[in-house]
Design a protein around this ligand. Structure first.
Ligand SMILES: Nc1ncnc2c1ncn2[C@@H]1O[C@H](COP(=O)(O)OP(=O)(O)O)[C@@H](O)[C@H]1O
Ligand code: SF4
Ligand SMILES: [Mg+2]
Length: 344
C-alpha cells in the first residue's frame, strides 16, 4: 500500500487561512561559523505551515539545509550554530521561546523523529521486545504486559506479519531495513502528533525503501499522524507526500501539492530534480541522471538567486535580486522567470 498523491489544482494556494496549522515555521534563519571568521547561512528565511494529518516531503540536494531545518524546528542546533531569527509554533506554542525542559517534553511525546542509519539507534544485543517495552514505559506508567501488547500492535501496524517472532530477535540478527521499520513503530509509542523523518530510506535498497515508505503511508492512514519526510530523492518524497517543499541553498524555492509540483513545476530547479529521478530498471553500470553543476558554497552566497549559475533561464535580474517565495499559478515559487511563464 502506498499513498497516492492528492490531485493538485493549486489546492495549497486555496487553503482556507483560518484553519490553524499544527506547525508554523516563520522566517527561520540558522547559521554556523564558516571557519574563516564569517558565518554560513545554512537556513535563510524559511517559512511554511503544516496542517494536521498531512504528509509533507522536503526535498533538495545534499547540503541544501534539510537536516538543519529539522534540527532548528526541534531546538537541536548546538553552539556555535545559532538560530538567528524566526519562529516555530507547534499547536499554538512557540518552540523557539520554550525552555529546554519544555522542549524535551515535546520531543518525548508530541514530536517523534526517525533518522538515517538506524544501526546505532537500538542496542544490538538486547531483544527488540525488551527495548520496545522500555520505550513504552519511558513516559508512561503501564505494566510490562500492557506495554508489550502495545508494542506488538504497533509492529503489526507498520507491516510485519509475525510481530511476536520479531520481538524475540536481537537487532544484530536483523537487516537495517527491518530495524528502520521497528524504529518507525517505536516512534509511534506515545501517539505523537508529528513525526519528522530525515532520509529514512537513504542507503537502503529499493525493495526495503518500498517497505519503509509503505510503513509511513500506513501510519498516515491508521493514526492520522502528521509526517514531515526529508529526502534528497524526489522519487521518495513524491510517493508518500501530500505536498512537497523544495529546498535549495538554505531557502525554499517551491512549495505545492504533490501533483502540482510533479506535473507543473514552476521552478527550474524543481524540474531538474524531477528529471534526475531515474526511470526504468537500474542495474550495475546504469548512469544515473544528475543536475549539471554543483550547489553553491553557502559561505559565499551574494545577492540574487543561488541557482543562477546552473539555470538555463537565468537573466540579469537573477544575479542581482533574490526572488521571493510568492504564489504562482499552481504553487508557491521563488523564481523571476517561472516555467509557467515560459512557452513549453
Ligand atoms: N554542524 C555544522 N557546522 C557547520 N556547518 C554546518 C553544520 N551543519 C550544517 N552545516 C552547514 O549547513 C549546510 C546544510 O546542511 P544540512 O542541513 O545537513 O544539509 P542536507 O540538506 O544535506 O541535510 C551544510 O552544507 C553546511 O554548510
Ligand atoms: S530566479 Fe532566475 S536563476 Fe533563479 S531559478 Fe529563476 S530563472 Fe533561474
Ligand atoms: Mg541531511
Amino acid at each position: 500500500m502506498t499513498a497516492q498523491p492528492a490531485a493538485g489544482t493549486g489546492a495549497l494556494l486555496d487553503r482556507p487561512r483560518e484553519r490553524d496549522p499544527l506547525l508554523a515555521v516563520t522566517g527561520l534563519t540558522t547559521s554556523f561559523p564558516d571557519g574563516d571568521g564569517g558565518r554560513v547561512q545554512a537556513l535563510d528565511d524559511v517559512s511554511f505551515t503544516v496542517q494536521a494529518g498531512r504528509t509533507v516531503g522536503i526535498v533538495g540536494e545534499s547540503g541544501s539545509g534539510k537536516s538543519v531545518l529539522l534540527r532548528s524546528i526541534l531546538g537541536l542546533i548546538d553552539p556555535p550554530g545559532v538560530v538567528e531569527r524566526g519562529d516555530v509554533v507547534f499547536e499554538g506554542v512557540s518552540l523557539t521561546q520554550s525552555s529546554e525542559a519544555a522542549l524535551r517534553r515535546i520531543r518525548g511525546r508530541d514530536i517523534s523523529t526517525v533518522f538515517q542509519n538506524p544501526a546505532g539507534a537500538l542496542n544490538p544485543v538486547v531483544k527488540v521486545g525488551d527495548q520496545f517495552v522500555e520505550a513504552v514505559r519511558l513516559h508512561e506508567r503501564v505494566s510490562r504486559p500492557a506495554a508489550y501488547e502495545r508494542a506488538l500492535a504497533l509492529v503489526t501496524d507498520v507491516g510485519f506479519d509475525d510481530a511476536a517472532a520479531l520481538m524475540a530477535t536481537r537487532p544484530y540478527e536483523l537487516s537495517s531495513g527491518v530495524v528502520q521499520r521497528i524504529l518507525i513503530a517505536m516512534a509511534l509509542v506515545h501517539g505523537p502528533k508529528l513525526i519528522l523523518a530525515d532520509e529514512p530510506t537513504t542507503n537502503l535498497d529499493v525493495t526495503v525503501e518500498a517497505q519503509i515508505l509503505d510503513a509511513i503511508a500506513r501510519i498516515q492512514v491508521e493514526y492520522s499522524t502528521t509526517v514531515i519526510i526529508v529526502s534528497h530523492d524526489m522519487g521518495v518524497v513524491s510517493q508518500v507526500s501530500d505536498e512537497i517543499v523544495v529546498m535549495y541553498a538554505g531557502r525554499i524555492v517551491e512549495h505545492g501539492e504533490t501533483a502540482d509540483v510533479l506535473t507543473r513545476p514552476a521552478h527550474p530547479y524543481t524540474r531538474a530534480l524531477i528529471e534526475s529521478v531515474p526511470t526504468g530498471r537500474i542495474t550495475a553500470g546504469t548512469r544515473l541522471p544528475t543536475i549539471p553543476g554543483t550547489p553553491p558554497d553557502l559561505s559565499r552566497l551574494g545577492p540574487g538567486c543561488a541557482f543562477a549559475e546552473r539555470c538555463a533561464y537565468a537573466t540579469d535580474r537573477c544575479v542581482t535580486q533574490t526572488p521571493p517565495l510568492v504564489p504562482g499559478t499552481h504553487t508557491l515559487r521563488a523564481c523571476h522567470n517561472p516555467l509557467e511563464a515560459v512557452a513549453p
